[in-house]
Design a protein around this ligand. Structure first.
Ligand code: PEP
Length: 248
């Protein structure tokens, strides 16, 4: 049985006290939640402090630089995030691809470095609007996976989580329909079967991201190939995030 996961990507939001308040509120309400892994990806400067709070929430890093150490001013290494209690990392988020020019080969390096430090990559893929409008979204997403993830061997691919996030749905209030989400998730699972095998394909969690909120999560999560969500805006409100977690 693959894991059900709900992850909150806080992006570049919240001040220190707000981050602690949100994390604490979610932690308190999680007491009654079972069978769903909950993750938070706060801004990295807050992770050390959040890691001191006893919580069922797993801590993830939104970004890291895939080197052990060295002269990379302003960057935080894989070793450093591992050292402060991070268990998961976002890799391939469309905002990092678009605004920070993270290309396929750099993302591959990040995947490899994360696994070297026993961090779980949450690998994001998804097509921009013009690709969907030209009906080439399946080739586009498959290529993202081939270029940066499918080089992994059978053991390592099973340590990863995949998040399908259509770029046109991120932060836009426009969500993929249940059918659009399920079609891409099923395709991703079929490619896992093609490149690996059926058992591996069945074991990897594939999350949906893109304006997922308390009103649409239940419908999206009812799809057989949708194993949870990567949540942006709606993860900044404890009540909404909790409702999403309870949508399974
Ligand atoms: C995201 O950026 O990962 C995301 C899904 O954002 P939102 O939920 O705000 O669309």
């Amino acid at each position: 049985m693959r894991k059900k996961i709900v992850a909150g990507n806080w992006k570049m939001n919240l001040l220190n006290a707000e981050a602690i308040k949100l994390f604490t509120e979610i932690t308190t309400s999680l007491a009654t939640v079972k069978n769903v892994e909950v993750l938070a990806f706060p801004p990295s400067i807050y992770i050390s402090e959040l890691s001191l709070i006893e919580s069922k929430i797993g801590l993830g890093a939104q970004n890291f630089y895939p080197k052990d150490k060295g002269a990379f001013t302003g960057e935080i290494s894989t070793a450093q995030i591992k050292n402060i209690g991070v268990t998961h990392v976002l890799i391939g988020h469309s905002e990092r691809r678009a605004y920070f020019n993270e290309d396929h080969s750099f993302l591959k390096e990040k995947v490899n470095s994360a696994l070297d430090y026993s961090l779980t990559p949450v690998f994001c893929c998804g097509e921009p609007l013009e690709i969907r409008e030209s009906n080439t979204e399946f080739e586009y997403v498959k290529n993202q996976l081939i270029e940066s993830l499918f080089h992994l061997n059978e053991t390592d691919i099973q340590k990863c989580v995949i998040a399908y996030e259509p770029v046109w749905a991120i932060g836009t209030g426009r969500t993929a329909t249940v059918e659009q989400a399920e079609a891409m998730h099923a395709a991703i699972r079929s490619w896992l079967k093609e490149y690996y095998n059926e058992t591996i394909a069945a074991s990897i969690s594939i999350l949906y991201g893109g304006s997922c909120n308390a009103s649409n999560a239940k419908e999206l999560f009812s799809n057989p190939n949708v194993d949870g969500g990567l949540i942006g805006g709606a993860a900044l409100d404890a009540t909404s995030f909790l409702q999403i977690i309870k949508s399974f």
